[in-house]
Design a binder for this molecule. Structure first.
Ligand code: NAP
Ligand code: F7E
Length: 326
């Protein structure tokens, strides 16, 4: 029997890699997309004729009910979110509506229309926030530091509650930062790799950043969607951390990206803009994914320097395609 999966957030970084993976595994794939005045199919253009796209919005219950009915899924991947932490400080209500309550709407749609489906929730290391221990694992207390983190904690506990109260198969993947050339341009790694490539091409002179001392556990996105799939193949619902176990500062990321582009004096190309600081910052995250390794056989493979190289090279290549070297 061919399995079917419904992926929300289909146009995003993770949605695009996950739908590719599910197609490779022979799934019938349905992707939830919201109506935009100008569609943003960039990440999924290459697979758009092999998946079924369904219109829907996490703010709109009836569209989620209809999407679940149409897909009749064996597996639901809840990836859609207002996912940019900085924006959550200026749009806290919208972030709560989408990233928090939106997940409950989707759970309700599944409970009513596909109660046997397995449900994956894209939980986040941002839930740990102000950490009191290192590394963080499934037992680390949550202390979110942004409206985004708060909304993710709400969605996390809603998932646990639907598991306990309604006996649904609901699992959380608590994933640390994972990046790629498909990342949105406002996120740090893409902003830097894109900016460095433009400086390398002589198109601009500098990048304006915020806190260079924050540390993150950065992995490579295609490996993390494999973890999502594994989480739902486990015999019982459970919660798993996904991380590399290594932590690096924003400063290290920036220095390595400039080094790879052959620019040694990176400090001359980075300016500070207070606009990029957050009212409350998450200073230090490093995950312990040993539970995922032990139970699911999953492990992050791409190390920090290879991730930076992949992203910078992709940006330089993309620019050269637009402006071939003379
Ligand atoms: P992303 O690139 O920002 O993608 C978010 C997706 O959600 C986009 O497809 C977006 O659609 C969709 N979306 C936003 N609001 C919506 C709404 N109201 N209704 C329907 N769809 C909506 O995020 P990502 O990096 O792929 O992350 C996927 C999920 O994992 C998110 O829930 C994120 O919070 C979580 N997460 C990410 C990371 C990470 O490091 N990437 C780590 C932990 C957890 P549009 O294209 O139309 O905007
Ligand atoms: O920031 C610092 C910033 O926006 C990383 C999302 O996928 O991962 C992501 O959240 C760090 C922060 O990601 C700039 O202050 C400095 O300390 O790339 P980011 P994030 O906030 O870690 C988690 C796991 C998610 O779940 C989220 O959805 O970099 N930083 N200067 C900057 N960040 C940005 N964006 N821009 C700057 O100019």
């Amino acid at each position: 029997m061919v399995k079917s999966a419904l992926v929300t957030g289909a146009t995003g970084q993770d949605g695009s890699y996950l739908m590719e993976l599910l197609l490779k595994k022979g799934y019938e794939v349905f992707g939830l997309v919201r109506r935009l005045s100008v569609p943003n199919m960039g990440n999924i253009q290459h697979i758009v004729d092999r998946v079924t796209l369904i219109d829907g919005d996490l703010i709109d219950q009836s569209s989620l009910n209809a999407a679940v009915k149409e897909a009749d899924p064996d597996e639901v991947y809840s990836l859609a979110a207002q996912s940019f932490v900085a924006t959550s400080f200026v749009q806290p209500v919208l972030t709560g509506e989408i990233t928090g309550l939106g997940v409950v709407r989707l759970l309700e749609a599944v409970r009513a229309n596909a109660p046997d489906a397995r449900f994956y929730q894209a939980s986040s290391s941002e839930m740990f926030g102000r950490v009191d221990r290192e590394p963080q694992d499934e037992t680390t207390p949550f202390h979110p530091r942004s409206p985004y983190g708060v909304a993710k904690v709400y969605a996390y506990w809603a998932c646990v509650n639907y598991r306990e109260a309604h006996d649904l198969f609901v699992s959380n993947g608590i994933l640390f930062n994972h990046e790629s050339e498909r990342r949105g341009l406002e996120f740090l790694t893409r902003k830097v790799s894109h900016g460095v490539a433009r400086i390398h091409a002589g198109l601009t002179k500098s990048i304006a950043l915020g806190n260079l001392d924050a540390k993150r556990d950065w992995g490579y996105a295609p490996e993390y969607v494999d973890l999502m799939w594994r989480v739902l193949q486990h015999r019982e619902p459970d919660d798993f951390v996904g991380a590399t176990g290594e932590s690096h500062s924003v400063r290290e990321f920036v220095a390595e990206a400039f080094r790879l582009a052959g620019i040694s004096d990176w400090e001359k190309h980075v300016t500070m803009d207070d606009k990029n600081l957050r009212p409350s910052e998450v200073y230090n995250l490093r995950g312990d994914a040993s539970k995922a390794k032990r139970i699911l056989g999953w492990e992050a493979k791409t190390r920090f320097k290879d991730l930076v190289r992949t992203m910078v090279e992709a940006e330089i290549r993309a620019l050269q395609q637009v402006r071939p070297a003379r």
